[in-house]
Design a protein around this ligand. Structure first.
Ligand code: NAD
Length: 559
C-alpha cells in the first residue's frame, strides 16, 4: 500500500514524489517548474489545477514560444532580459533553449551583451539570483551561506566586480558575470544548475557614475582594500569550506593585483582557480597549438608579443612557458619567447615601475615606447591583444606582422567587441588574407577576395566548463596548471581540418558538450595520476564524466 501521508493523490490515483513543493510554490521554483508542460495528472496531484491555462504544451512547443518572443525583441539587451527572466521562471526550459541555440545565444547570455547588463544592473534588476555578501556582513558570512536554499553546492563563481570584462569597475553590477559564467557551466558542460552558486563580494566601488546613481544596488562607498579586504575574502573562503567542503570556487573579474595574490594564497589550500588567468591561458595556448598546424612552424619557435600585461597576458605567458619547458626548453629561455608591452611601453629590465607579476618577463632589451616600435624591434610570430585598448592593432602593426611572417598570428582578445584590438575584417584585409585571427568576443565570417574566413573565438567557455566538470566528477582537491595544459591540448586535438581550412583555430561551438566532456576526462585523468582525486578511480573515466552531466529534460513528478 502506498503511504499517502506525504504525497497527494490525483484523480487517477497516482502520487506525487515525496518532498515536492505544492501549488504556486512549485510554479515559483525555477528548478522544478515545468510551466504549461505539467500534465493534467500532475496538475491535480500537485495542487496546480486552475493555476495554469488548460492546454498542456510539449517542451518543443514551449521552446517555439520562447523563440518567437526572442526574435520579436529588437536589441540584444532585451534578448538578455527575456532569457534571464525565463531562467528565473523555468531553468530546464531556459537551458533547453540555450543549448539548442548556443552559438546564437552565447553572445547574449555572456560577452558582449552581459557587459551591457552589468553596466545597467540596477536599472534592469527584476529578481535576485545568487548571494550578495557585503563587507558590512563580516562575521556573519557562514550565516548568509546557510540562507542559500539548495543543500549541495558544487561550483561557486565569485567576483568583487572590480574588473568586469574590459569595462572596469562595475561594483555590484558585476554580479552579471558569475550568473552568466554559471549558465555556461551548464550549457557547455552539463553542470547541474542546482549545484551552482553565483556570489558577489561587495566591498564598494570607485565608479563615480554608480555612486551617484539612485538605482545603484551596491554599497555606496569606496572600495575597501588591504587587510580588511583580505580578511573578508578569507572569511568567505573559510565559510564555504565549512558549509560545502571541497566546493570548486572560481574567481572571476577581480582587479589584477588582488587576482594574482588571491590565486597564490588559495590555490594549494582549497579547490580553486582564476578563469581570467588560468582559463584564458589554456584557451589561448590551445589556439597557438592549432595555429601551428597552419603556420607549419614548431611551437618552440614562436616569439610572442603581448599588448597588455595583466591577468590574461601574464596567465597566458606563464602557461606558454610551462608548455615550452615540457618541450625541453629551460625556464629562462622559455620566458624570453614571451615579451609584453603595457601602457608604459615594452616591459624591460631597466624599468622601475613594474608590478611584481610582470617581473619575470622584464627582459634585457632596449626600451620601446609603444607597440609598433616593439613589433619592429622583436619581429614576433604572434601578437596577442589583452589590453582593453580598442584598435591598438593598427594597419601598420598588422602589415608589419605580415611582412615578417607568411601566416602572422593575430589574436585580438579584449572584450567586449568594442574593445577588440582589431576586427576580424581588419586583420584579414590588412594581411591580405594571411592572418590567423582569433578574438575574445565573436565576429561574423568575413569575405576577402572571394574566400570566406571564419574567425575563431578564443572563448574561455571552451575550457572552464570542461575543467569544472572534470573537477566535480572526480572531486579533485585542487585545480592545477597541469590540468589546464592538458585541457589546452585536448581542445586543440578536437580542431578538425575543415575548421583550419576556413581559418578557425577552435572547434565549432556546436560541439561544445563533446569538447567539455573530453576536457573533463583529461582533467580527471590528471587528478587521478597526481593523487588529487577525492574518489577511487573508476575503470571508465568517460562514463564517470557522462554520469555527472545534467540534461535539460523535465522530471516526471508522478509515480
Ligand atoms: P587586466 O586589467 O588585468 O590587464 C589589462 C592590461 O592592459 C594591464 O596590464 C594594463 O596595463 C594594460 N593596458 C592598459 N592600457 C594599455 C595601453 N594603452 N597599452 C598597453 N597596455 C595597456 O585585464 P585582463 O584580465 O588581463 O584582461 C584584458 C582584456 O582581455 C579584457 O578586455 C578582457 O575582457 C580580455 N580577456 C579576453 C579573454 C578571452 O578572449 N578568452 C580572456 C580574458 C580576458
Amino acid at each position: 500500500m502506498t503511504d499517502t501521508s506525504s504525497s497527494t493523490a490525483s484523480p487517477t490515483g497516482r502520487h506525487s514524489k515525496l518532498g515536492l513543493p505544492h501549488g504556486a510554490e512549485l510554479l515559483h521554483d525555477p528548478l522544478l517548474n515545468k510551466g504549461t508542460a505539467f500534465t493534467q495528472e500532475e496538475r491535480w496531484a500537485l495542487g496546480l489545477a486552475g493555476l495554469l491555462p488548460p492546454h498542456v504544451h510539449s517542451m518543443d512547443e514551449q521552446v517555439a514560444r520562447v523563440m518567437d518572443n526572442y526574435h520579436a525583441k529588437t536589441t540584444d539587451l532585451e534578448r538578455y532580459i527575456h532569457l534571464v527572466s525565463l531562467q528565473d521562471r523555468n531553468e530546464t526550459l531556459f537551458y533547453r533553449v540555450v543549448m539548442d541555440h548556443l552559438e546564437e545565444m552565447m553572445p547574449i547570455i555572456y560577452t558582449p551583451t552581459v557587459g551591457q547588463a552589468c553596466q545597467n544592473w540596477g536599472h534592469l534588476f527584476r529578481r535576485p539570483r545568487g548571494l550578495y555578501i557585503s563587507i558590512k556582513d563580516r562575521g556573519h558570512i557562514a550565516e548568509i551561506l546557510h540562507n542559500w536554499p539548495h543543500k549541495g553546492v558544487g561550483v561557486i563563481v565569485v567576483t568583487d566586480g572590480e574588473r568586469i570584462l574590459g569595462l572596469g569597475d562595475q561594483g555590484a553590477g558585476g554580479m552579471g558575470i558569475p550568473v552568466g559564467k554559471l549558465s555556461l557551466y551548464t550549457a557547455c558542460a552539463g553542470i547541474d544548475p542546482a549545484l551552482s552558486l553565483p556570489v558577489m563580494l561587495d566591498v564598494g566601488t570607485e565608479n563615480e557614475q554608480y555612486l551617484r546613481d539612485p538605482l545603484y544596488m551596491g554599497l555606496r562607498q569606496s572600495r575597501v582594500r588591504g587587510k580588511d579586504y583580505d580578511d573578508f575574502v578569507g572569511e568567505f573562503i573559510a565559510a564555504v569550506e565549512a558549509t560545502w567542503p571541497g566546493t570548486l570556487i572560481q574567481f572571476e573579474d577581480f582587479g589584477n593585483l588582488n587576482a594574482f595574490r588571491l590565486l597564490e594564497e588559495y590555490r594549494n589550500k582549497v579547490c580553486t582557480f582564476n578563469d581570467d588567468i588560468q582559463g584564458t591561458a589554456a584557451v589561448v595556448l590551445s589556439g597557438l597549438f592549432s595555429a601551428q598546424r597552419l603556420t607549419g612552424t614548431a611551437f618552440a619557435d614562436q616569439r610572442i608579443l603581448f599588448l597588455g600585461a595583466g591577468e590574461a597576458g601574464i596567465g597566458i605567458g606563464d602557461l606558454i612557458v610551462s608548455a615550452l619547458v615540457s618541450e625541453g626548453l629551460g625556464v629562462a629561455e622559455a620566458r624570453k619567447r614571451c615579451c609584453f608591452v603595457d601602457s608604459k611601453g615594452l616591459v624591460v629590465k631597466g624599468r622601475t615601475d613594474l608590478a611584481v607579476h610582470k617581473l619575470s618577463y622584464a627582459h634585457d632589451l632596449a626600451a620601446c615606447p609603444d607597440f609598433i616600435s616593439a613589433v619592429r624591434e622583436l619581429k614576433p610570430t604572434a601578437i596577442i591583444g589583452v589590453s582593453t585598448m580598442p584598435k591598438a592593432f593598427t594597419r601598420e602593426v598588422v602589415e608589419a606582422m605580415a611582412s615578417y611572417n607568411a601566416r602572422p598570428i593575430v589574436f585580438a582578445l579584449s572584450n567586449p567587441t568594442s574593445k577588440a584590438e582589431c576586427t576580424a575584417e581588419e586583420a584579414y584585409t590588412w594581411s591580405r588574407g594571411r592572418a590567423i585571427y582569433a578574438s575574445g568576443s565573436p565576429f561574423p565570417p568575413c569575405l576577402y577576395e572571394g574566400k570566406t574566413y571564419v574567425p575563431g573565438q578564443g572563448n574561455n567557455s571552451y575550457i572552464f566548463p570542461g575543467v569544472g566538470l572534470g573537477v566535480v566528477a572526480c572531486r579533485a582537491r585542487h585545480v592545477t596548471d597541469r590540468m589546464f595544459s592538458e585541457a589546452a591540448k585536448t581542445l586543440a586535438s578536437m580542431v578538425l581540418p575543415g575548421d583550419l581550412e576556413v581559418g578557425r583555430v577552435y572547434p565549432s561551438l556546436t560541439r561544445i558538450k563533446e569538447v567539455s566532456a573530453a576536457i573533463a576526462v583529461a582533467v580527471a585523468e590528471v587528478a587521478f595520476k597526481d593523487g588529487l582525486a577525492g574518489i577511487e578511480r573508476p575503470s571508465d573515466l568517460a562514463a564517470l564524466v557522462k554520469s555527472a552531466m545534467w540534461e535539460p529534460r523535465y522530471t516526471e513528478y508522478l509515480e
